[in-house]
Design a protein around this ligand. Structure first.
Ligand code: ATP
Ligand code: MG
Length: 428
């Protein structure tokens, strides 16, 4: 199939101004300092003059070959295999080499999956932008020969490439969402959900693989004095006694994260409705377990947005109740988020896991594109209480990524219980 490459890079607002997306904040601190330090701009790939289209045509066979390689699953045990930072230069190089080996397979799989979409969909400017982003990232990483990963300076240059890749892909979700809304005449909701589900699940792993190496690099090499003023989260990563191993907090306290997410969701709720519901945490709020704060934060924000919205729209004064329990046999936890917001109707229930299914209506906007514009773009900072219809399916993808689960029980006319189970990992 011939692909039309669209060079017009449409702007899409980022989804969700989240309270403490630790990794994102860390990543932005890396770029200016290290770029300057190693003259990274000189390491621009030689074949940069080739247009992306020409480059991808030249590498078509290589991309297909990489995409057909088996995908190495990421698990928490693997992610913490190097132990607590600071890592030795040798361990950092091993981590870099493994990332250099596995990332091209993941990027190529996404390129092939996008290329296999019907022509009319892949030529949509937004979908095409995502496609080009993957090509761009693959070209950057392949231009860095794995054989050169033999010393700390090369490892630093490689980490810069990863940082650039993570940034390039930060707007994937709203951009793809917009593309698929514009193409809704050409694919059924089930087809869109099936593509997006696989795409976004694999994206979780791809992003995590890059972020884990970046975080290990920062916590093993950064000078805490240098970054203290700039980024509290980075200081947390590198300070003595830090509980982090890369992106994983080995002593993550869900209750703390619930409070910070509830305060963020409360703010957007007040902006939308002028009020915010009460929230109570019970069960075992002191529980700690090893997990990725950024994943749990995503899930909690989405679940709380749904519960807050339902409570306020039902004019419910009963608080939302979050019950936390430690799994007595494993390092995992379970959580129930209970609201009295009236539940989900039996007609809507079969659709809640579909990407783009939403019952949210903003003003007169009955059209999906209008809702998209309202909920994502015109919110300015990209934070809205609801409207895209990605919250539940994407939260489930995050929960299931490391063997957890997410399920919804509705008592229509009364309220909703959402059960979240997450498996941690045993850490010495
Ligand atoms: N706690 C809840 N109470 C009532 N309805 C709910 C609840 N959680 C989800 N729903 C229903 O499921 C639908 C899909 O939820 P989902 O979070 O996926 O999308 P959304 O909230 O509409 O948009 P967003 O992408 O911003 O999350 C909602 O529109 C709503 O109708
Ligand atoms: Mg939602």
């Amino acid at each position: 199939m011939r692909i039309v490459y669209c060079r017009h890079l449409a702007t899409a607002t980022s989804r969700g101004l989240r309270p403490t997306i630790l990794q994102q904040r860390r990543i932005t601190t890396l770029t200016p300092r290290t770029t300057e330090a190693v003259g990274f701009e000189n390491a621009t790939p030689k074949n940069d003059e080739l247009s992306l289209e020409d480059w991808s045509q030249e590498h078509e066979d290589e991309i297909s070959k990489l995409a057909s390689k088996p995908l190495k699953d990421l698990n928490l045990t693997d992610l913490i295999r190097f132990g607590r930072p600071p890592l030795s230069p040798q361990s950092l190089l091993t981590s870099a080499r493994s990332t250099r080996e596995n990332l091209p397979v993941r990027l190529s799989r996404r390129i092939v999956a996008l290329r296999n979409l019907p022509f009319i969909i892949v030529s949509n400017p937004h979908v095409s932008q995502i496609f080009n982003n993957y090509l761009h990232s693959l070209r950057s990483i392949l231009s860095f020969p794995s054989s050169s990963l033999t010393n700390p300076l090369e490892e630093l240059k490689f980490t810069e490439i990863l940082t650039d890749i993570v940034k390039t892909h930060s707007n994937t979700i709203p951009t793809l969402a917009r593309g698929f809304i514009e193409c809704r005449r050409y694919a059924t909701p089930a087809e869109v959900t099936s593509f997006l589900d696989q795409h976004l699940r694999e994206r979780i792993g791809t992003r995590l693989m890059a972020e884990q190496h970046i975080a290990l690099h920062i916590s093993s090499t950064a000078n805490p004095e240098e970054i203290k003023g700039a980024d509290g989260a980075t200081v947390e990563l590198v300070q003595d006694g830090s509980t982090y191993i890369g992106t994983i907090d080995t002593a993550l306290q869900p209750a703390r994260l619930i409070n910070s997410c509830a305060s963020f969701v409360g703010e957007i709720c007040e902006i939308r409705y002028g009020v915010r519901p009460q929230l109570v945490i019970d069960g075992d709020p002191d529980v700690r377990f090893p997990y990725l704060p950024v994943h749990l934060e995503y899930i909690l924000t989405e679940l709380l947005k749904n519960a807050f919205r339902a409570s306020v729209e039902a004019e419910q004064t009963e608080p939302i109740r979050v019950t936390i329990a430690k799994d007595p046999y494993t390092a995992g936890i379970s959580m129930r988020i209970r609201d009295r917001g009236g539940g989900i109707s039996p007609e809507d229930m079969p659709n809640i896991w579909s990407y783009s299914f939403t019952t949210f209506r903003e003003g007169e906007e009955e059209d999906a594109l209008g809702r998209f514009n309202n909920s994502v773009a015109s919110a300015g900072d990209g934070s809205s209480i609801a409207g895209l219809g990605y919250g539940l399916p994407l939260s489930r993808a995050y929960a299931e990524y490391f063997g957890g689960s997410l399920s919804v029980q509705s008592a229509f006319g009364w309220g909703t219980d959402v059960y979240l189970k997450l498996k941690g990992v045993e850490v010495d």
